[in-house]
Structures are given as structure tokens and as C-alpha cells.
Write a protein of this length. Structure first.
Length: 266
């Protein structure tokens, strides 16, 4: 993957396919290559040029150890779109959805259409408490046993529908056990970002065509918070994916890819 200096930091990115540009923005703690499992192939097949990247906080992009703000992440994404010859269709998930929302507001000239997977204009008390607990866990130096960490990850990020089948549950738990690990300082910097925001009023000024996608069984960002985004953005569309948790784009990729591709083509 090439590395470009954007907004004063190294930004690790890759581009596949040909056609109109799509930029995919990942959530907290995850590298851009997660999109390669399902969304990149589907979008390339649909005729798009697809860019993925590691957000600030995810090495080898700059880790932002002096602190990360949403404005930093928006500027990084804007710089990448400019580098690649935007405007672009933009898709973000979780924290990445918030980046996409703010980008649509601040730089509508760079955004053709925007899709927010597990988007949110605010966080409720559960998310605030959970994030503070994650920060305290990192700062205490405690490392959870791999199997327990895998189980917690599954419960918090998957739909119960994904765990009903014993073989499927075993596969998911194995993935979480062997891909998890210690939180890096860069991810800790992402966790330090402000969570006590409420952008519902601000998003009424968004004029970019937007699709907000909620995952029906999402514990991390409940679907009602995603619907709030569509409710406040003029003419935004809301879709809800059943039997999907926070990792809905991995659990129900065909359904997620279809709503994205259909929205871009509409």
C-alpha cells in the first residue's frame, strides 16, 4: 500500500478498480483492509475505483500520540480525496460514519453521496460509559485472556443470529481470539477522542444525498441512533439491516453491499 503525507502525517492507503471514486472509512481500532473482505470486491465489480486507508491512530499511518480529534480525521479524509481526484462517494462505519457525516457537512464539494453504517449524531450513556471503561482498562495495564476477550467482542459486535449455529459461532470466536491483542497507543489515542457531542442540530445543514444504515441488533451504536441521523438530515434515507450487529458489514455483507450500490446508482 502506498503512503502519502496528508494533513501533515503519513497516511497508508490503497486503491483498486476503475471508475468513479469511492472512499471507505473504517471505525475505531480497525485497519482499512477490513473492507477488502466484502465491500471492496462488490464495489469494484459494480464499476467503482475504491480507496481504503488506515485512519490516523492505525499504524503505519501516523498514530496521533499527541491526540486525535474528529477534525483531524475529516481533514485526513478530505486530503486523500483531493489526492485521488475527487469528489467521491463516501462510506463510513461507526467512528468512520461520524467522519463521513462531518465531511459531508464541512466539505460537500468533495462528496457525491454519503453512506453512514452505524452512524450517530450523539452517544447515549451506555456508549459513554463503555468508552470510559475501555480507556481505564488500557491505562490499568490489564490484558484480558484471549478467549474471554473473544467472547466479549462477539457479544458486543455480533447479532445473536450469528451465534445460533455452533459452527458459525466457533468460527467467529476463533477469528476474534487470534486477531485480537493489546490495544496500541494509537488506538488509545482514538479512544481519547471526545464522545460527549450532539450534532443533531448541525446536521440539519447537510445537503449531500445521504443514506443512514442501522443494524437491528447493534449494541455498540443502537439502530435508533443511526435513524436519528437520517431524521435530521434533509431528504436523507434510512435503511435497517435485520439480524446484524455492529459488524453488520461483515455479518450481512450481501445486504449491506446491495443498499450501498443501489443508493450510489440511484
Amino acid at each position: 500500500m502506498p503512503i502519502a503525507t496528508i494533513n501533515g502525517i503519513p497516511l497508508n492507503y490503497q486503491v483498486k478498480g476503475a471508475g468513479d471514486l469511492v472512499v471507505l472509512i473504517m471505525g475505531t481500532g480497525s485497519p482499512g483492509r477490513v473492507w477488502d473482505l466484502h465491500q471492496v470486491p462488490a464495489l469494484v465489480k459494480a464499476g467503482y475505483r475504491v480507496a481504503t486507508f488506515d485512519n490516523r491512530g492505525i499504524a503505519p499511518s501516523g498514530e496521533g500520540l499527541d491526540g486525535i480529534t474528529i477534525e483531524d480525521l475529516v481533514a485526513d479524509t478530505a486530503g486523500l480525496i483531493e489526492l485521488l481526484g475527487g469528489p467521491a462517494y463516501v462510506v463510513g462505519t461507526s467512528m468512520g460514519a461520524r467522519v463521513a457525516q462531518e465531511l459531508a457537512l464541512a466539505r460537500p464539494d468533495l462528496v457525491r453521496k454519503a453512506v453512514f453504517l452505524a452512524g450517530h449524531a450523539r452517544m447515549d450513556q451506555f456508549q459513554l460509559t463503555l468508552t470510559e471503561g475501555e480507556r481505564q482498562l488500557f491505562d490499568s495495564g490489564v490484558e484480558l485472556p484471549a478467549k474471554y476477550r473473544a467472547a466479549v467482542t462477539a457479544v458486543m459486535n455480533l447479532s445473536p443470529a450469528s451465534l445460533v449455529d455452533a459452527n458459525a459461532a466457533r468460527d467467529w470466536l476463533d477469528v476474534f481470539e487470534f486477531t485480537g491483542g493489546k490495544t496500541s497507543p494509537g488506538v488509545r489515542a482514538q479512544l481519547s477522542m471526545d464522545r460527549e457531542f450532539d450534532r443533531r442540530s448541525a446536521y440539519r445543514a447537510v445537503r449531500v444525498p445521504c443514506l443512514a444504515v442501522g443494524f437491528a441488533d447493534d449494541r455498540m451504536i443502537p439502530a435508533y441512533l443511526s435513524k436519528e441521523v437520517a431524521d435530521v438530515i434533509p431528504n436523507a434515507v434510512y435503511e435497517e439491516i435485520p439480524d446484524a450487529g455492529h459488524y453488520g458489514y461483515l455479518e450481512r455483507p450481501e445486504a449491506v453491499n446491495k443498499v450501498i450500490v443501489d443508493f450510489f446508482a440511484g
